[in-house]
Write a protein that binds this ligand. Structure first.
Ligand SMILES: [Ca+2]
Length: 187
């Protein structure tokens, strides 16, 4: 149903295109700003590794053959896999929608989360981070989503597949697959 709705929007948009360029964002409607979103390269290529033990699993996946298989490095409170997506077209004022599938195994005292953080050129936060609901314990593949608007002055957008333990002893692991982010059609 969603695809049909999006296609309908595109057709309606094209009908009005002659009168006025109503579609602010010109990319393909199914375009994903995340590179290697499903880890089908067989590695964490294109992701920055931040304070985690990272690998990919060919035993667990939501789709395809692989997923990211991550756990926190010893003694740290948070970490994850990160992509800076600002340079690809996430600008201040853009609405966005993002999601990822998460599976956790014996993830005790630690939670898995999808998070987006916004910074200016000096790495000062330009607004509140957008954060999904958290997943922990033994949880089968679950989709988490976030949406929002890129704050003014933002030049860097970090898309984070994260683990947080808030200082407790870390344990367990999380799998992430099919990461997704795009600007929304409506502003
Ligand atoms: Ca995959």
């Amino acid at each position: 149903m969603r695809k049909v709705y999006v296609v309908s929007l595109v057709i309606v948009g094209m009908l009005f295109m002659q009168a006025a360029p109503v579609m602010a964002w010109q990319g393909g409607q199914e375009e994903n700003l995340i590179v290697n979103p499903g880890f089908e390269s067989g590695g964490v290529n294109n992701w920055s590794v931040w304070q985690i033990s990272d690998t990919v699993s060919d035993k667990e996946s939501y789709s395809g053959d692989y997923s990211a298989d991550i756990s926190l490095s010893g003694g740290v409170e948070f970490g994850g896999l990160v992509q800076d997506i600002a340079y690809k077209g996430m600008s201040p004022g853009d609405s966005f929608e993002a999601s990822v599938w998460i599976k956790t195994v014996e993830l005790h005292n630690t939670n898995a989360v999808l998070k987006m953080e916004f910074f200016d050129d000096t790495w000062t936060a330009t607004g509140d981070a957008a954060e999904s609901k958290i997943i922990g314990g033994d949880t089968d593949w679950t989709k988490v989503s976030i949406s929002g608007t890129v704050p003014a002055q933002t030049t860097k957008v970090n898309f984070i597949l994260g683990l947080w333990n808030w200082g407790a002893a870390e344990d367990g692991k999380a799998y992430f697959d099919d990461a997704f982010c795009r600007p929304s059609l409506a502003r």
